[in-house]
Write a protein that binds this ligand. Structure first.
Ligand code: SAM
Ligand code: ZN
Length: 270
């Protein structure tokens, strides 16, 4: 069974951890607290901007409504193909938020273990409780990811920051990185009625540039329409990057609206 001390390494010296009461300690004496909820705080230096309590609550509720279930199912299919019934494997959900996708995948594959890294303590509190085979730590993905070299079989980066150099280091030589990004028309209908940040036009090109040292194996385009209720519309805005610039009270009440969900799922191998 996966455990915090077996999966994470010291973010300061990369040493192995031992579990000592409510903390992880490395051989050099660096010590990191395990929160009451069960995640370990591995943040060193100043914390990066990450999801606020309100954004996390909105995301948690929105995902529970099942609107993104087709995305989750697509990820289950890709996991099945990539890991091909391995007896054991470790998935790393980088910027994994509340652990929605990890939980779903771990439920489907009883031989998999998971580790989730996110900078937001509010997300980590929820993620730490979603699955017994998922361990959770807070860390900054822009600095070194506190996981051993070649220890990860499948890295997931779902609408989250990507650090390809570090992903290449933590992936084992057979490993795969799956990146999910919004398509050009993702939630396009909402952009005319509520304040949301647009999708950068060159997002895809930048992604391929960032992963140029990897082999691009496949890309899946997933597009579907769904009617969002007023509450779902408020939440989908409140959980996204626009929420850094406005509060829920700023949002106009919007009638249920049919929207396009459009994502791209890219698979990269070392
Ligand atoms: C759009 S959310 C996606 C969460 C999750 N993957 C999902 O789809 O439900 C982006 C996540 O990345 C996290 N994040 C942002 N910057 C980060 C950083 N520098 N290091 C680690 N996590 C970060 C946020 O806290 C947030 O949980
Ligand atoms: Zn150390």
């Amino acid at each position: 069974m996966v455990s915090l001390d077996s999966v994470f390494i010291c973010p300061v010296c990369s040493g192995q951890f031992t579990l000592v009461t409510q903390s992880l300690k490395c051989e050099s004496g660096h010590s990191f607290d395990i929160a009451r909820q069960g995640y370990v705080s591995l943040m060193t230096g100043s914390s990066p901007k990450s999801d606020t309590r309100e954004m996390v609550q909105a995301r948690h509720w929105f995902l529970s409504q099942g609107v993104y279930e087709p995305i989750t199912e697509a990820l289950v299919s890709i996991t099945s193909l990539v890991l091909n019934n391995r007896d054991s494997a470790l998935i790393a959900d980088l910027g994994g938020g509340t652990g929605w996708y990890s939980r779903y995948i771990l439920d489907r594959f009883p031989t998999l273990d998971g580790v989730l890294v996110d900078a937001s303590p509010f997300a980590a509190k929820i993620a730490a409780k979603v699955h017994s085979r998922l361990v959770v730590g807070t860390a900054d993905l822009w600095s070194s990811i506190p996981l051993s070299d070649s220890s990860v079989d499948l890295a997931l980066v779902i609408f989250a920051p990507r650090n390809p150099e570090e992903i290449a280091r933590i992936l084992n030589p057979d490993g795969t990185c799956v990146v999910v990004t919004p398509g050009k028309h993702h939630l396009a209908e909402l952009r005319t009625v509520v304040p949301m940040l647009g999708i950068e036009p060159d997002k895809e090109a930048r992604l391929f540039e960032q992963f140029s040292t990897f082999h691009h194996k496949a890309s899946t385009e997933l597009d579907y329409k769904v009617v969002l209720s007023s509450e779902e519309i408020t939440s989908v805005v409140a959980m996204g990057p626009s929420a850094f610039h406005l509060s829920c009270e700023d949002l106009p009440a919007v009638q249920p609206t049919e929207v396009t969900v459009s994502v791209r799922i890219h698979e990269f191998r070392l």
